[in-house]
Design a protein around this ligand. Structure first.
Ligand SMILES: *Cc1c(COP(=O)(O)O)cnc(C)c1O
Length: 366
């Protein structure tokens, strides 16, 4: 059960519209991982990301795994990713045995392009199978046009993890529009949710068809069950796609509200020595990230919020500091470590009230 009265970091924001469309999906009889709502959700997602194709699946992690399957990522591959991210970014590549190489952030929190190029230069000679997995961290698009150019120059594949950035729009285009393939997440705490879910986005018809086939059981088009390869069963259910459609309708409002929440946090905390990640054009404001004056102040703030039954979290712990990646190479590292030591994700739910924000500010300023 949910903890009554607790303020959560980014809880689902749902209402009568979601209830109604789920009931409609239920009554339609399509209670399966296919159906008209999945088709419609995919169409709308492709449009949102300015892509030709979208494949709705059970999570962004699953979508990333389908991208790894498309390129046959295995132990001969080097996969370069930002160190400051959620572990799911590199999870599927890790499980396929790829060598994972991490790159530090620039001051925005996103991958440092200069260090990324250094990593590409060095690892190009190491393996012909090179991949960049970019991340639009906290709903803020990274310099994806530049990453795409680097990928081309160094013969790397470019996959984009836009799990947190649904609805963001950068100068390179909307979130999810860059890279050979990109992914969205609709997990419960993301800006829009299907309770759990994700999507794979791309422009190549054959890649989309293969991903779709693998997202089922890779059955051949025969009257009997014929298999030339083994699938993954990652499909999204029709009921959840209906929920996603209702959430998509609200996405512009969610972004507006989160922007306002961020503005108020900045206004309230800046006079007290708090800093913020520099704004990035077209971000979706999924979470407001505040940087405490010091690590002690960060710890103090987390403690006070928890005592008041308010959920806040540390910034992602960089991957190069994780024991599971103790052997992994990292280019730089200090910038992400500083963001981790001082950063705090503040409650940023679209349903957060102004009174809640003022309560949080009072706690943090005293
Ligand atoms: C949430 C998240 C994921 C994973 O999304 P799921 O849908 O939960 O699998 C991947 N990458 C990043 C950066 C995320 O924040």
């Amino acid at each position: 059960m949910k903890n009554a009265g607790r303020i959560y970091l980014s809880p689902p924001c749902t209402g009568d519209e979601e209830r109604a469309v789920i009931a409609k999906a239920f009554d339609s009889g399509y209670i399966a991982p296919c159906g008209p709502f999945v088709d419609e959700f995919e169409k709308r997602l492709a449009k949102l990301a300015n892509r030709k194709f979208a494949v709705a699946v059970s999570s962004a992690t699953a979508a990333l795994d389908l991208a790894m399957a498309e390129y046959g990522v295995d132990e001969t591959w080097v996969v370069i990713a930002p160190t400051l991210t959620f572990i799911a970014t590199v999870g599927p590549a890790f499980h396929r045995g790829a060598r994972i190489v991490f790159v530090d952030s620039d001051e925005t929190g996103n991958i440092d392009i200069t260090l990324l190029e250094e990593a590409l230069k060095e690892y190009r000679s190491f393996s012909p199978h090179l991949m960049i997995i970019g991340v639009d961290l906290y709903g803020r698009c990274s310099r994806n046009g530049e990453i795409a150019r680097l990928a081309l120059r160094y013969g790397a594949k470019f996959i984009l993890d836009s799990a947190e950035a649904v609805g963001a729009i950068s100068e390179d285009g909307p979130a999810g529009s860059q890279g050979e393939m990109a992914v969205f997440s609709f997990n419960g705490n993301k800006i829009i949710t299907t309770s759990g879910g994700g999507a794979l986005l791309c422009d190549d018809e054959d890649k989309a068809a293969r991903a779709r086939k693998r997202s089922q059981q890779s059955r051949e088009n025969m009257p009997w069950y014929e298999h030339k390869e083994v699938g993954y069963n990652y499909r999204m259910s029709n009921i959840l796609a209906a929920l996603g459609l209702a959430q998509l309708e609200k996405l512009p409002r969610f972004i507006e509200r989160k922007k306002e929440i961020c503005r108020r946090y900045k206004e309230g905390l800046s006079p007290f020595g708090w800093e913020f990640l520099p704004s990035v054009e077209g971000e979706n404001y999924w979470l407001t990230i505040a940087l405490a004056p010091s690590q002690d102040a960060r710890d103090n703030a987390l403690r006070k919020l928890e005592q008041a039954n308010i959920e806040a979290r540390c910034v992602w712990k960089p991957m190069h500091l994780q024991s599971v990646f103790a052997q992994a190479r990292v280019f730089g590292g200090k910038v992400s470590e500083n963001l981790f030591n001082r950063g705090i994700c503040l409650p940023s739910g679209s349903g957060l009230s102004n009174d809640d924000i003022e309560r949080i500010l009072l706690l943090l300023c005293h």
